[in-house]
Design a protein around this ligand. Structure first.
Ligand code: NAD
Ligand code: GLY
Length: 377
């Protein structure tokens, strides 16, 4: 892992903040700054004269023309595909729509696919790039906070199966990530808070100093202060890059990135995808993970309360929804991908800033933590 600038955010597209993901010959930079989509930053990462931007019907009208103009100024021929917007379209049918478009445009193996959008667009475009003609160049241009701090980094790509989220996919690293923080200005408040859940997650699982920084800057982040957002994204990407460098294919340490996710996925599945945003479910899920860590004697009551305060200050729920009983939540946790040999592996907190994988937690303690962080408690 390395970085070009040690401290605060910078606004000039010609010297963007940068974090490197060190993966040998598959290493790549993450550029973080305002107005990057108007700059020539991408040109050196595009190996031929052709590009296909894949976006959706919400993001394309906002940003595709600007990105296209920048690419055309660098002598690239650009085609645009705007997919329908929503998690429900992250499926095989939409993937086929992408392949059809690429065939129709007679795309060759050097044509670069650019994902312009949130995590849904990034995941499906990445998988299309990994599989079309056995792999074409791919660039991530994330436009949600969640995508800028998490989904665009690390190479997980894929689509949902009707019976499970992200069940079909591949590890496929982008050639670079272009995180234009200016695009976050049009993001709905709820989506911004959902992205903050992942930012908090990094502080909790890896770096207590970063958690302190988040706590001190949470209002600035919610007000979309450009320097605060750039710094939050930079720190988050540094942590994710380090974890991915150590464990690209999730043989071990990468699982720590799932802090709060086993509880959160149960909320998302139980409520029906889309009613609670992923980040909202992770906010409540991290509070349950903290409560369980406290019950196991790993962190104390004041740490637990502090986590709830930070999650709440980010505009996120700290309790699981009343509509889902604790028993139903526990049942849903059993179908999570993190279940191995019938045993639930939980990411808990050893202390603030240090997560641990624990797979021998007693049922009584798990149920007690779920009940204590339920809306009806
Ligand atoms: P999303 O892609 O659905 O975007 C959220 C909403 O914001 C959408 O309606 C989108 O059109 C809109 N939007 C995006 N950018 C905007 C902008 N700048 N201005 C206005 N509106 C904008 O959701 P998300 O939270 O970005 O991503 C969630 C997806 O990411 C899920 O499918 C999840 O599985 C996946 N994910 C993947 C990874 C990974 O490592 N690959 C990690 C975390 C999440
Ligand atoms: N979002 C979890 C991971 O990338 O591993």
């Amino acid at each position: 892992m390395s970085e070009s600038q040690p401290t605060s955010a910078r606004q000039r597209p010609d010297t963007p903040t940068m974090v490197n993901v060190d993966l040998g010959e598959r290493s790549y930079p993450i550029f973080i700054d305002a107005e990057l989509i108007d700059s020539d930053t991408l040109a050196p990462f595009i190996p031929s004269g052709r590009v296909v931007i894949i976006s959706n019907t919400t993001v394309a009208p906002l940003y595709a023309a600007r990105l296209t103009a920048a690419l055309e100024a660098a002598d690239k021929q650009v085609d645009l595909l705007a997919l329908p917007d929503g998690e429900q379209y992250k499926n095989l049918e939409t993937l086929e729509q992408i392949y059809d478009f690429l065939m129709e445009k007679q795309v060759d193996r050097k044509t670069t696919l650019i994902a312009l959008g949130g995590g849904v667009i990034g995941d499906i475009t990445g998988f299309a790039a990994a599989s079309f003609q056995r792999g074409v160049p791919f660039i991530q241009a994330p436009t949600t906070l969640l995508a800028q701090v998490d989904s665009s980094v690390g190479g997980k790509t894929g689509i949902n199966h009707p019976r499970g989220k992200n069940m079909i996919g591949a590890f496929y690293q982008p050639r670079c990530v272009l995180a234009d923080t200016g695009t976050l200005n049009t993001l709905p408040d709820r989506e911004l808070s959902a992205g903050l859940a992942e930012v908090i997650k990094y502080g909790l699982l890896w770096d207590e100093d970063f958690l302190d920084w988040i706590e001190a800057h949470i209002d600035a982040l919610r007000e979309r202060d450009p320097a605060a957002l750039t710094e939050a994204i930079r720190q988050s990407c540094l942590i994710k890059a380090e974890i991915v460098r150590q464990d690209e294919r999730e043989g071990g340490i990468r699982a720590l990135l799932n802090l709060g996710h086993t509880f959160g996925h149960a909320i998302e599945a139980g409520m029906g995808y889309g009613r609670w945003l992923h980040g909202e479910a992770i906010g409540a899920g991290m509070c349950t993970a903290a409560e369980l860590s406290r019950r196991l004697g790993l962190i104390d009551q004041s740490a637990c309360r502090r986590i709830e305060r930070i999650v709440s200050a980010a505009g996120l729920p700290t309790r699981s929804p009343a509509e889902l009983s604790p028993e139903r939540l526990r049942e849903l946790m059993s179908s999570d991908k993190k279940v191995e040999d019938g045993r639930l592996r939980l990411v808990l907190l050893g202390r603030l800033g240090q997560a641990r994988l624990i797979d021998n937690t007693s049922e009584d303690e798990i149920m007690a933590a779920i009940r204590a962080t339920h809306a009806d408690s």
